[in-house]
Design a protein around this ligand. Structure first.
Ligand SMILES: [Zn+2]
Length: 213
């Protein structure tokens, strides 16, 4: 990402904070950085059938199952108390998932992760996103244009900012994940799922079900 690499060192914390808070607004200015590559997944694995699943499944039409997706298993999950989560999660992971916090742009684990694989919820390990829908947004947070399955995430209006944003959370454990904006790749869904790395746990292709170990 050469453009962002040049820009990044000159950004002050204040500017980064603005980007942090103004994700939707800044996205208009930022999106051209990623626009040229927006239709190209960061990894080069597989087909687009997982996306078709989301797009077509949402309309109630035929649902195509991707070979990769069909191998993905969902672990059992027993809801955990806040006290247990405080012990098991890092400070940032807890702040993001339980208090709707936001981690710093660029200084997080997966914003530039180009490996092929699966992103699960850090709390309950439900599958959420795959590298096939991850794209370079230029924002400094991992960005996807669709979840692995439409019903694996939930939404609610977020009024914490001067305009209403759409908050995204794990549909199984309610962990806050990030927000979704309408400035995603226009040749795909047009959505930008702006996620916090701290809410995710990455499993490389071939090791999607390593939670079973
Ligand atoms: Zn979860």
């Amino acid at each position: 990402m050469p453009i962002v690499s040049k820009i990044k060192p000159t950004w002050s914390p204040a500017v980064l904070s603005c980007v942090l808070l103004c994700g939707g607004v800044m996205g208009i200015a930022i999106s051209p950085l990623g626009a040229q590559e927006s239709s190209t997944p960061e990894s080069v694995s597989g087909s687009e059938s997982a996306v078709k699943d989301v797009a077509e499944g949402a309309d109630g039409d035929k649902v195509e199952k991707d070979a990769t997706e069909s191998k993905v298993k969902e672990p059992e999950y027993e809801p955990k108390s806040k006290a247990v989560l405080r012990r098991e999660l890092s400070t940032m992971q807890y702040k993001v998932t339980q208090s709707e916090g936001t981690e710093p742009a660029f200084r997080n684990l997966y914003w530039n992760n180009k490996k092929s694989g699966l992103y699960r919820c850090i709390v309950c390990e439900q599958s959420l996103f795959t590298s096939e829908t991850k794209y370079k947004s230029g924002t400094g947070w991992p960005s996807f244009y669709a979840p692995i399955k439409a019903d694996h995430v939930g939404y609610k209006d977020d009024h914490h900012f001067f305009y209403t944003r759409t908050e995204v959370h794990c549909s199984r454990c309610n962990a806050h994940l990030g927000h979704v904006f309408n400035d995603g790749p226009q040749d795909k869904t047009g959505k930008r799922y702006c996620m916090n790395s701290a809410a995710l746990k990455f499993f490389e292709t071939g090791r999607e079900n390593d939670f079973e170990d």
